[in-house]
Write a protein that binds this ligand. Structure first.
Ligand SMILES: Cc1cc2nc3c(=O)[nH]c(=O)nc-3n(C[C@H](O)[C@H](O)[C@H](O)COP(=O)(O)OP(=O)(O)OC[C@H]3O[C@@H](n4cnc5c(N)ncnc54)[C@H](O)[C@@H]3O)c2cc1C
Length: 435
């Protein structure tokens, strides 16, 4: 439970970026006694954290780059409604990143990534519980379960194989077919052959609402918010200066949580990280009469639909197009095409649909950076959680703040470690200079 002690602050900290990772980090730093200022060029929660599916995808343990994904990449790219897009105007810019991405599929690298993502994902729901209980927002987290569906009956063995694979990692699923499936999700009736049900899966009620709850708690605890763009981070003796267009702000320490934009900020401190923006798209459909009971993913069409407080959210696409390109309209059309194939009632032209595109922060090995600057220990980083930034936000926040506070990592744990320490994870794989 949060218990501020006004006489015992551990110094001032700036958290740059008020997405879900920055918001969780700012709160966690407050819990540890720091005076925290959150800085964002926009209002909080309007980056990638605004428009995600709200699903805690703990079963997604494979890194994005594996032999399997590389083999299917060309067919995904050539399919006009496929999940992968690579705008021609950006190809020359992304080539170095793509080369690293291909190398990350090397089995030893991918296996290491898989073990690390699994460890992080396993710790993610308990970390969210701690965070939300502390701010009395437990109701935001729902054990909704998740359905991964297949339309083609001849893909039954694919589902069985996937279930066996996940079981090896301790992830429980159940094969569902026929009437049981229709009862669980009546809207899918007649469209889907079979599904894997994940009974232990969680979603949040609404990702933007969640960001607002985190932000309110942060402010209620005395946190300051500054709406300014940070142009550069300048380490000075035992402190850091943040340069904005109009002023310079001084803090004892700073944590960069600027999502897909973190690369530019790190460059101002002499660090190069191969971070790319993986653009993803969403539709939010106001349709109170169409009821989904849980998030649903399509294994064949590769998109996800979630029932959120703001409507039915349909998310998908991986578009390697950088930070500047405007959203491409036909991607929204592809999402419309796919969700209407699965849920025919979504064909209703009178439904109110909003469109959005956001930038997932992704490194070639699919692992985030959670680390200190190698030369300036007053600068820390928590970014790069790719498709799993909502899932991993609370645990990433705990890890980076533990690091700032000099708490032990999993490597140092005693067998009798208390609950708090058990949430610690070996930070080695998340080093900023691992590339
Ligand atoms: C379509 C889609 C669906 C997704 N679905 C899921 C899902 O279901 N589950 C899941 O776990 N993840 C999902 N994700 C991924 C997840 O949304 C992201 O990984 C996560 O939101 C990243 O959070 P963040 O705080 O790191 O970045 P952001 O939310 O992007 O926040 C970064 C913030 O930094 C600010 N900023 C950047 N540069 C500066 C600067 N120089 N000065 C000041 N401020 C700056 C930005 O304005 C922004 O507010 C999805 C992503 C997309 C696009």
């Amino acid at each position: 439970m949060y218990s501020p002690d006004a006489n015992n602050t551990t110094g001032s900290v700036a958290v740059v970026g008020a997405g879900v990772v920055g918001l969780c980090t700012a709160l966690e730093a407050q819990r540890n006694g720091y005076q925290v200022t959150l800085i964002d060029r926009d209002a909080p929660g309007l980056g990638a954290s605004f428009g995600n599916a709200g699903y805690l995808a703990t079963e997604l343990i494979d890194p994005l780059s594996t032999g399997k994904t590389l083999l299917s990449a060309l067919s995904m790219w050539l399919n006009p409604h496929g999940p992968l897009a690579l705008p021609l105007s950006y190809i020359h810019r992304i080539l170095p990143w793509l080369l690293r991405f291909v190398f990350a599929a090397y089995p030893k690298v991918a296996d290491h990534g898989r073990r690390t993502i699994h460890q992080l994902n396993q710790a993610s729901v308990p970390a969210w519980r701690r965070c939300l209980k502390d701010i009395e927002a437990d109701g935001q987290l729902i054990q909704s379960g998740y359905l991964l569906v297949w339309e083609s009956a001849d893909k039954l063995e694919d589902a069985r194989q996937h279930a066996r694979y996940l079981r090896e990692w301790g992830i429980t699923t159940r094969l569902i077919r026929g009437e049981e499936l229709a009862e669980m999700e009546p809207e899918l009736a007649g469209r889907v052959s079979h599904a894997l049900y994940f009974p232990e899966a969680y979603q949040v009620r609404d990702p933007y609402q969640l960001c607002m709850q985190l932000f309110s708690a942060f402010q209620a605890r005395g946190g300051q918010f500054v709406q300014q763009s940070v142009n550069a981070l300048l380490p000075i003796e035992n402190a850091v200066r943040l340069q904005t267009p109009s002023t310079a702000l001084r803090f004892d320490q700073a944590i960069v949580c600027a999502g897909a934009w973190s690369k530019q900020l790190l460059q101002s401190t002499g660090l190069e990280v191969p971070l790319e923006a993986e653009r993803g798209y969403h539709l939010t459909i106001k349709a109170q009469h169409i009821k989904l009971n849980r998030p649903i993913g399509s294994a064949e069409r590769r998109f996800v639909m979630s029932p959120l407080d703001s409507g039915i959210r349909v998310v998908g696409m991986t578009e390697l197009g950088g930070l500047k390109l405007k959203p491409i309209k036909r991607r929204f059309d592809s999402l419309r095409y796919h969700c209407r194939k699965l849920i025919t009632s979504l064909n209703d032209p009178s439904l109110e649909i909003s469109e959005w595109m956001g930038h997932r922060p992704t490194l070639p090995d699919s692992l985030p950076v959670i680390d200190r600057h190698p030369d300036y220990p007053q600068l820390l980083f928590a970014f790069g959680n790719q498709h799993l930034g909502l899932t991993q936000a609370a645990i990433s926040a705990e890890m980076v703040v533990n690091l700032m506070a000099g708490e032990p990592s999993a490597n140092d744990l005693e067998p009798s470690a208390n609950d708090r320490k058990q949430s610690a994870i070996d930070r080695g794989p998340f080093r900023v200079d691992r590339f």
